[in-house]
Design a protein around this ligand. Structure first.
Ligand SMILES: *Cc1c(COP(=O)(O)O)cnc(C)c1O
Length: 369
């Protein structure tokens, strides 16, 4: 049996007619950059995220960058985030000349350890970027409390978390900005790169709209320096179609997670793998992450058995060569380092069949036996 980590072709087969028609409409219009299709997509994503405004941008990475730019963050400023995330979270900070300040993760949720947050704030700190990793939201109440206490901006990295909830509130709607990614492997993926910033602040939304067109307002008159952060109409058309299916896909991912929990409970394994922690919040399972004994050997075994699996992320950001200048060493963020050593993502995509899930758990059980 072959079980990929993600099967976008299966997804496309299920929505081919809708996607093809939406893309054909864009071609017929020959209006490829921004325009009415992008506005429609923005309106739909804003509503889905329970936000008043959404600004389509060129990627999730640029969503983070333009949100930081909208706050004027740059040289001399510090921004707090975690070292256990995709590179873009901290990359956006350093690209603007600011300094990422890391706090370790909570080992259960893989998200920012909020008990370590207040101690990381210095007079130079301007913002916090909580990351909702793997589709589970960070513990936002304490994040917002620290932000209020120290007058900090909160930029939610919701690239893996569209539609996830914290106490009933959607990802991106709690902080000052929420940054979404439409990278194809995200739960709501386009046909290439794309992203969006959601916000409940009209003035911030306007700043983002100006910055995404090189700061020109009106066109060719620049009071600020922005960039080309535009979303294109083909991405918006595809994303708008897929958004109509997102809740069904999320339910399928959650059902797969429940199936794994039941199968592992019956597997007879004795602590060799630890499943994702339960939560009452809406977890959208962008990834299903196991902590596993002898992780690398297990992965080799799964790959031999035709099962896709991957490490997110093998090197925490404080150990990346390009951040050597921050002066961190091994042991500085032990939970992030342990997660990088122990975790592996197994398939949880919506189209995964019951037979495939059975097979994955059988092969993991066989490995330890
Ligand atoms: C994917 C991702 C990004 C960047 O999104 P792109 O659209 O690939 O630029 C940022 N942060 C996190 C946590 C991500 O998973």
């Amino acid at each position: 049996m072959d079980v990929p980590l993600l099967d976008l072709r299966a997804q496309y087969r299920s929505i081919k007619e809708e996607v093809d028609a939406a893309v054909a409409t864009v071609f017929a219009s020959q209006h490829f950059i921004l325009g009415p299709v992008v506005v429609e997509c923005e309106t739909a994503v804003a509503a889905y995220s329970n936000c008043d405004h959404a600004v389509g941008v060129s990627s999730g990475s640029d969503a983070l960058l333009v949100a930081l730019m909208a706050e004027g963050i740059g040289a001399g400023d510090e921004v707090i985030t975690t070292p256990y995330t995709f590179f873009a979270t901290a990359g956006a900070v350093t690209r603007l000349g600011a300094t990422p300040v890391f706090v370790d993760i909570d080992p259960e949720s893989f998200n920012m350890d909020v008990t370590a947050l207040a101690a990381a704030v210095t007079p130079r700190c301007k913002a916090i970027i909580p990351v909702h990793l793997y589709g589970r939201m960070a513990d936002m109440d304490p994040v917002m409390q620290v932000a209020r206490d120290h007058d900090l901006v909160v930029i939610e990295d919701a690239a893996q978390a569209i539609g996830a909830e914290y106490n009933g509130r959607r990802a991106g709607s709690i902080g000052d900005y929420g940054c979404l990614s439409f990278f194809p492997s995200k739960n709501l993926g386009g046909a290439g790169d794309g992203g969006m910033v959601v916000t409940n602040d009209a003035e911030r939304a306007e700043r983002l709209r100006v910055l995404r067109v090189h700061g020109g307002k009106p066109k060719y008159y620049h009071h600020v320096i922005g960039g080309n952060f535009r979303l294109d109409a083909i991405q918006a058309a595809v994303v708008a179609v897929k958004l109509r299916h997102l809740d069904a896909w999320t339910e399928a991912r959650q059902q797969n997670a429940r199936r794994y929990a039941a199968l592992f409970a019956q597997s007879g394994l004795d602590g060799q793998v630890t499943l994702p922690a339960e939560t009452d919040d809406r977890h959208i399972y962008n990834q299903y992450i196991l902590r596993a004994d002898r992780r690398d050997e297990l992965m080799a075994h799964l790959k031999d058995a035709g099962i896709g699996c991957e490490i997110y992320y093998p090197v925490p950001l404080h150990r990346q060569e390009c951040f050597a200048g921050l002066g961190h060493g091994e042991g500085d963020f032990p939970e992030s380092e342990r997660a990088a050593r122990e975790t592996v993502a197994i398939p949880v995509y919506p189209e995964l069949s019951g037979d495939q899930a059975n097979y994955v758990v059988e092969m993991i059980t066989a490995f330890y036996n």
